[in-house]
Design a protein around this ligand. Structure first.
Ligand SMILES: [Zn+2]
Ligand SMILES: [Zn+2]
Length: 157
C-alpha cells in the first residue's frame, strides 16, 4: 500500500465513521517502532506504522486509523482529545477504534522482559535483579564491593 492509498483510506474512514472530512495528511512511517500510529498536534498529520499492516492486516489498521482520527477530530473541534478524556473514550467506543496505539508482537516481548536472575552479594547479602544472565565475576556489590553470586529468580519459562 502506498501513501496515496493510505491517504484515500483515511479520508474514506473519516467520512464513513465520523461524518467529517479529513483535510490533512496521512502517511506511513517506517521508523515508528512500538506504536501503530501517531497524531501530530502541530501539523494535524497522521502517521501509520506499515509493519502493523503486515502483522495484523487491514481490519486492525482500520481500528488504529480510527483511534488516530479520534485524536484528530476532537483536537480540531477543541474538545477532549487525550486518552484520559471522557470525550475521547466515548468517541473511540462509538466508532470502534483500537483502545491503544497497539504495539507490535516482536517489540512487546523485548519491553516486558521479566527479572529472571538475581545477583546476591556474598558479604552483605544485598540483592540485585537482572533480566538477562550475567557473569557474576565481572561485577562487584555496589554497596560493599563484595563478590556476587548469580542465581535464578522468579518464574522459569
Ligand atoms: Zn492515541
Ligand atoms: Zn555487599
Amino acid at each position: 500500500m502506498t501513501d496515496e492509498q493510505l491517504q484515500a483510506w483515511v479520508e474514506e474512514i473519516s467520512l464513513r465513521s465520523f461524518g467529517l472530512p479529513f483535510r490533512h495528511e496521512a502517511r506511513f512511517n517506517r521508523r515508528l517502532r512500538s506504536t501503530g500510529g501517531r497524531y501530530f498536534m502541530k501539523s494535524h498529520h497522521i502517521e501509520i506504522n506499515p509493519a502493523q499492516l503486515a502483522a495484523y492486516g487491514v481490519e486492525e489498521v482500520e481500528k488504529i486509523i480510527k483511534h488516530e482520527l479520534c485524536h484528530y477530530h476532537l483536537h480540531i473541534m477543541g474538545r477532549g482529545y487525550r486518552h484520559r478524556d471522557p470525550e475521547f473514550k466515548a468517541l473511540l467506543n462509538r466508532v470502534g477504534g483500537s483502545r491503544y496505539c497497539q504495539s507490535l508482537p516482536g517489540d512487546q516481548g523485548r519491553r516486558t522482559l521479566p527479572y529472571r536472575y538475581m545477583l546476591k552479594c556474598t558479604s552483605c547479602g544485598m540483592e540485585y535483579l537482572r533480566k538477562r544472565r550475567v557473569d557474576p565475576r565481572r561485577y562487584r556489590c555496589g554497596k560493599c564491593s563484595g563478590s556476587l553470586h548469580l542465581s535464578s529468580y522468579g518464574q522459569q519459562n
